[in-house]
Design a protein around this ligand. Structure first.
Ligand SMILES: Cc1ncc(COP(=O)(O)O)c(C=O)c1O
Length: 405
């Protein structure tokens, strides 16, 4: 086995696909100290890669609430939710989230998880019952794909956001239960699913829509409720998953859907039942974080993000025109995620390394995370970035292209 694994590892190295972890020496903020590849000196970089979109991970009120939560509730929950691990802050958080979405999903209930990965496994494995077919966007997040693999049902993969393709598949389906699975905002491209169309298809073909809004929650909609808030209609046929480690600045996830659906997940999902409940202090601090997201501060930070995004997009399009030989693809985005597709994995890696030398942390994203030939650098914005930060990044990118990196 060791020999085979070594061979595979060296294959990854040759293909430029070896992954490396980097050790951060300071908290998540727009500037962060991160060790060099050889773990030597830690230097401060401007971070354009975290999902801390609203910069709440470093918000003093969130940090104070976390400390307060530890004082009140101690360390770990000590057990799974259905043994003795479900504590008052977990319950309060679920009630708060259920209330927040009451106008978008009627008769709803909320259930929380310690990570989005677990939530996705739980939802799909619990709901894919009996004679069921799953219809999955080809660019869905890995955790949705793993949930689909785990439930061992027939899966039909439709071309990215191609709802004619999806409709054709739904039309041919004879299954009793049809689950459409999609990211709300796609994590590697930053574009969003067209939920209005998906709702219509779900009505027409008697299907359900499972939406993973990890990157939409907190960011989209004037109240920060995410992808469901920016649709023109509501649906009884939607199951929403949101994560709390991105815009909310802490960790965890929630599922909101009709109460019968959530009751069923609660009763049967192995990824809920057989895992220790998250630290109650996190749920306690999330109450504060969600207050901020859905209040004035959240509104201001969403406005700042929009400003930054427009500035970045404009600058990137300028670079694309200035350096046509690089055939950059600036993916059209409706979120603080901006992908710049550069093609081959080595190129994305080279660009990312050079940007790092220039003081910016911008990861190269390569297969298998994205399809072959679409390697990219992926820029993410946080509300605490300034226009000047974006200008400096654009300048650095320009100098990379001048040097023909
Ligand atoms: C679209 C999407 N869904 C789910 C997850 C998993 O969430 P978590 O990090 O909370 O496990 C992520 C990333 O982390 C994601 O990008």
């Amino acid at each position: 086995m060791l020999r085979k694994l070594e061979e595979k590892l060296s294959g990854l190295k040759t293909a430029g696909l070896l992954r490396r972890k980097r050790i951060a020496q300071s908290p998540t903020q727009t500037r962060q100290s991160i060790n060099n590849h050889d773990n030597s000196i830690s230097t401060e970089k401007t971070l354009f890669c975290s999902n801390d979109y609203l910069s709440l991970a470093s918000h003093p009120e969130v940090i104070a609430a976390l400390k307060d939560g530890i004082d009140k509730w101690g360390g770990g929950s000590g057990a799974s939710h259905l043994i003795s691990g479900h504590m008052a802050p977990h319950e309060e958080l679920e009630n708060m989230i259920s209330q927040l979405f009451s106008g978008l999903i009627s008769d709803n209930r909320c259930i929380t998880f310690s990570t989005g990965y677990m939530a996705n496994l739980a939802v799909i494995t619990a709901l894919a019952q009996g004679d069921c077919e799953i219809f999955s966007d080809e660019l869905n997040h890995a955790s949705l794909i793993d949930g689909i693999r785990l439930c061992k049902k027939t899966v039909k993969i439709f071309k990215h956001a191609n709802y004619d393709h999806l409709a054709m598949m739904l039309n041919e389906s004879t299954a009793e239960l049809r689950l459409i699975v999609t990211d709300g905002v796609f994590s590697m491209d930053g574009d969003k699913a067209d939920l209005d169309t998906l709702y219509e298809l779900s009505e027409k073909y008697n299907a359900w829509v499972i939406v993973d809004d990890a990157h939409g929650y907190g960011v989209l909609g004037s109240n920060g409720l995410g992808s469901l808030e920016v649709t023109n209609q509501t649906s009884e046929r939607v199951v929403l998953i949101g994560t709390l480690g991105k815009s909310a600045g802490l960790s965890g996830a929630f599922v909101v859907a009709h109460q019968t659906i959530v009751n069923f997940i609660f009763q049967t999902a192995r990824a809920y039942i057989y895992t220790t409940a998250a630290l109650p202090a996190i749920s306690f601090a999330l109450l504060k974080s969600l207050d901020l997201i859905h209040g004035d501060l959240g509104r201001d930070r969403r406005a700042q993000l929009k400003l930054l995004k427009n500035h970045l997009e404009h600058g990137l399009l300028g670079l694309k025109n200035k350096y046509p030989k690089f055939e950059l693809l600036i993916v059209e985005s409706s979120s603080p995620i901006q992908a710049v597709v550069v093609g081959e994995a080595e190129r994305a890696t080279r660009l990312s390394s050079r940007l790092e030398e220039l003081g910016f942390r911008v990861p190269g994203i390569r297969p298998p995370t994205v399809p072959k030939g679409t390697s990219r650098i992926r820029l993410t914005l946080s509300a605490n970035h300034t226009i000047n930060d974006v200008d400096l990044l654009l300048e650095a990118l320009g100098s990379c292209f001048r040097e023909e990196v």
